[in-house]
Write a protein that binds this ligand. Structure first.
Ligand SMILES: NC(=O)c1ccc[n+]([C@@H]2O[C@H](COP(=O)([O-])OP(=O)(O)OC[C@H]3O[C@@H](n4cnc5c(N)ncnc54)[C@H](O)[C@@H]3O)[C@@H](O)[C@H]2O)c1
Length: 317
């Protein structure tokens, strides 16, 4: 099979490329980023990176025309972008998704779209099943632009599905592991990682009582591969996550314990990190029945084990 992965030089995309190549399939990654995260694949005969934007229609069209399956992972991701550059978030995540789906529709090629647990917003009724309401804040709060952009992408997916395109929507819940963002950047695990490995205090925003379900990347990738293969998944939105819920403060404490570090865990006020209103989500827990039923996958890597592997990887870098 010839697999196209937009965002294939990113964190999840690079692991997904590994998985398809390990099956003996061919992978093309379309990504704007340098190929640092897929460096290990440079000599692989089945792998190619095209460094371009999903918004480049001609390049996208040529790549989709040669693919049997398209994963659309390219997106502007990371809280610093949601609050720092909402224009880019909206443009790439909405228009880029429309472009990918339009090209795929022309060739009738199946698309798996990477959406997010953020679409549920601050709905307080957990666990979130796939039909749960989306509860988002005001458009005056920039952080909601990401959830909105991904929800718009999902609507585009279902609109194309109505026209006959095979589409699967995956909603990832806090995926982490080796090759996540650079230390100190991006997501909570990498921000804590930088602090941890320098022996500094880990800074929890607010009281750290907000909870998340962290999903080890290998589990997310098994689900993602299954979404590309299984006919039962077509036309559906499916949560991809672990249901092991921890508070952010507990995450920090576990990282300190697993790394056998003397770092403290301290609280910083939200205003010290985000100069404009942020609105954090209090709890985020997936219902995982649909993942099990339609994809035949369950999260298998417990948080402690996933953190141990991730910390080891970052230490080696
Ligand atoms: N990792 C998670 O916890 C998580 C959670 C929810 C959803 N997701 C979704 O999964 C996908 C992959 O996320 P990730 O964690 O690997 O993030 P990532 O930032 O590592 O990957 C996204 C990739 O998209 C690329 N990209 C951005 N704009 C582009 C453009 N215009 N053209 C081509 N490429 C472009 C980036 O360079 C990056 O390599 C994203 O769509 C993200 O929204 C991830």
């Amino acid at each position: 099979m010839r697999v196209l992965i937009t965002g294939g030089a990113g964190f999840v995309g690079s692991h997904l490329a590994d998985a398809w190549l390990a099956r003996g399939d061919e992978v093309t990654a379309l990504d704007l980023a340098p190929d640092t995260k897929v460096r290990h694949l440079r000599e692989h005969p089945g792998f190619k990176v095209v460094r371009a934007s999903v918004l480049d229609r001609d390049i996208l069209e040529g790549l989709v025309a040669r693919a049997d399956l398209v994963y659309h992972l390219a997106a502007v991701v990371g809280v610093e972008h949601y609050v720092g550059d909402p224009y880019q978030v909206l443009t790439v995540n909405i228009n880029g998704t429309q472009e990918v789906l339009t090209a795929a529709f022309r060739h009738q090629t199946k698309v798996v779209f990477a959406s997010t647990s953020e679409v549920y917003g601050r709905n307080t009724r957990v666990p979130f099943d796939e039909d749960s309401d989306r509860v988002l804040g005001s458009t005056a709060i920039d952080r909601w632009c990401y959830a909105t952009s991904k929800a718009a992408g999902e609507h585009f997916c279902f609109a194309f599905a109505r026209m006959g395109l095979p589409v699967v929507v995956l909603r990832y819940f806090n995926v982490y592991g080796p090759r996540l963002d650079q230390m100190d950047r991006g997501r909570v695990v990498t921000i804590f990682m930088g602090q941890l490995l320098r022996g500094e205090p880990l800074t929890v925003i607010g009281d750290g009582a907000q909870t998340r379900c962290f999903t080890y990347v290998d589990d997310a990738v098994r689900a993602t591969v299954a979404a590309g293969l299984r006919p039962e998944a077509v036309g559906r939105a499916i949560n991809v996550g672990s249901d092991e819920e921890v508070s952010v403060r507990e995450l920090a404490a576990r990282m300190v314990r697993i790394a056998d570090s003397a770092s403290l865990v301290i609280s910083v006020p939200e205003e010290a990190v985000y100069d404009r209103g942020y609105e954090d989500i209090p709890r985020r827990v997936p219902a995982v029945g649909r993942m099990r039923e339609l994809l035949g996958v369950e999260a298998e890597v417990p948080l402690d084990e996933g953190l141990r592997r991730t910390i080891e990887w970052f230490k080696r870098q």
